[in-house]
Design a protein around this ligand. Structure first.
Ligand code: AMP
Ligand code: MG
Length: 422
């Protein structure tokens, strides 16, 4: 049984338990939208996309040069071949090229019927008026069958699965679909995610700071991360630490969104009312994880809306988004959450800690020719130090049982790029 009660349990949920439990409660969005190719970046394919065409659709030249018959090439003396015409990209040579002659050809032009090789122009002697070419025996000896010819279907074969259902399309995947002449794709509807920050001390950038106030940062990191992930984001702004402000905002957002992300107001302070409002409007599935930073993460539901209450500290927000919220959102989007890329590298730092919680340190990887990949950490490990995240290019992950790190130890490094943050 999962320890789900609010705080009295001795044992906190591990990240693995929490992610597994949360993934179990969310179902991928089923709704499908037909979208133009140029709007498909980052979105998820609703079904397998079959290839309709062979690519390339015809044999064509990989080089600028001359199409010829290999059997015409002499290996004991230079071969001189008259040039009888040209094949340009988009302007095929009409007819069959007979033995004993060559045709000028450009990259991407259809190879005319007859020739079985293309010789690069740099490898020929070309008559000043281009009426003939001459090929030295040592060059001729190196021309293999099909030399510099790209065969029909060598890239993609019609009928094969071009991209499987659930693919989150990167630019090269969209290009692959374009190469099939496909103009629109059936994609899963993007998750609608609402984001709110809570805290009486928070001010919008651009406003005056009164004593005790700070500028709001968490929505900026969350909305940026959500947009990169391919979510449709609603910004609910800053909510006051007041039940009368938080309750209606969460109730309304929950009615029209798949996911509600809040930051702040979930720890044990007196003003930590987000948790209570979630419990009042819906239910809390679990609260508090054996992680650092991000311990007070709260997972719940208001009707059909998944609610993630992230802690207020800026580092906790980003880390808990990446390790906890991101897999849930990916599942919702209809794609495999998978495991983030993890590299085992050498620690170039010492770190003391108490075992018990999984911990992430803001880290930077570098390569030294003598020592290989080395990872360093930011000197300030405070969960309030946003500058540590800006400095870092990834996270060092310390397992629950880890009792500390000495220089030279092997540690797991998770590059931000593997977590969708470039
Ligand atoms: P809380 O979880 O609400 O107790 O907040 C923990 C810490 O994070 C406090 O120092 C807050 O001032 C700070 N904090 C909370 N929300 C934000 C935010 N949206 N932007 C910047 N700092 C925040
Ligand atoms: Mg607060």
């Amino acid at each position: 049984m999962l320890p789900t009660d609010c705080g009295s349990s001795d044992r906190l949920l591990t990240l693995g338990e929490a992610v597994a439990a949360a993934l179990n409660t969310v179902q991928p969005i089923q709704a499908v939208e037909t979208v133009p190719l140029m709007e498909a970046f980052g979105r998820v394919l609703a079904g397998d996309l079959p290839a309709r065409l062979d690519v390339p659709p015809h044999d064509n030249s990989a080089m600028d040069g001359f199409a010829l018959h290999r059997a015409d090439l002499k290996l004991d003396r230079p071969t001189r071949l008259p040039v009888v015409g040209q094949a340009l990209a988009g302007h095929p040579y009409r007819g069959t090229v007979p033995r004993g002659v060559a045709v000028r050809i450009t990259t991407g032009a259809l190879t005319p019927d007859g020739p079985d090789a293309v010789i690069m122009q740099e490898q020929c002697r070309i008559a000043p008026d281009e009426s003939w070419i001459e090929i030295e025996p040592k060059v001729a000896a190196r021309i293999g069958p099909g030399e510099n010819i790209r065969r029909r279907g060598e890239d993609v074969q019609a009928g094969t699965v071009l991209l499987p259902r659930g693919s989150r399309l990167r630019p090269q995947d969209v290009a692959l679909a374009a190469g099939q002449g496909i103009a629109t794709l059936d994609m899963i509807r993007r998750p609608r995610v609402a984001v709110a920050s809570t805290g009486d001390e928070l001010r919008e950038p651009g406003m005056e700071l009164s004593p005790g106030a700070i500028y709001e940062t968490n929505r900026h990191v969350l909305i940026g991360l959500l947009r990169r992930l391919g979510c449709a984001v609603t910004d609910l702004g800053i909510l006051r630490d007041d039940r009368e402000a938080v309750l209606p905002a969460l109730r309304e957002a929950a009615a029209t969104h798949d996911v509600l992300l809040t930051s702040g107001g979930v720890s044990v302070g007196t003003a930590d009312l987000v948790k209570d409002v979630i419990a009042e409007l819906g239910r809390i599935e679990f609260w508090r994880l054996a992680v650092k930073p991000g311990k007070p993460v709260t997972f719940g539901r208001i009707q059909d809306c998944v609610v993630l209450g992230l802690p207020g500290n800026p580092v906790s927000v980003m880390v808990s988004f990446l390790v906890f919220a991101r897999p849930l959102l990916l599942k919702l989007m209809g794609t495999e959450p998978g495991e983030p890329l993890r590299l085992r590298v050498t620690a170039d730092f010492a770190f003391r800690r108490k075992p018990g919680r999984r911990e992430w340190l803001r880290a930077r990887l570098r390569f030294e020719p003598e020592r290989g990949p080395l990872v360093s950490i930011y000197p300030n490990n405070s969960s309030g130090a946003l500058s540590s995240l800006s400095w870092a290019d990834g996270l060092v992950e310390l397992p629950e049982a880890c009792a500390g790190i000495a220089p030279g130890d092997a540690v797991d490094y998770l590059p931000f790029s593997g977590l969708g943050v470039e």
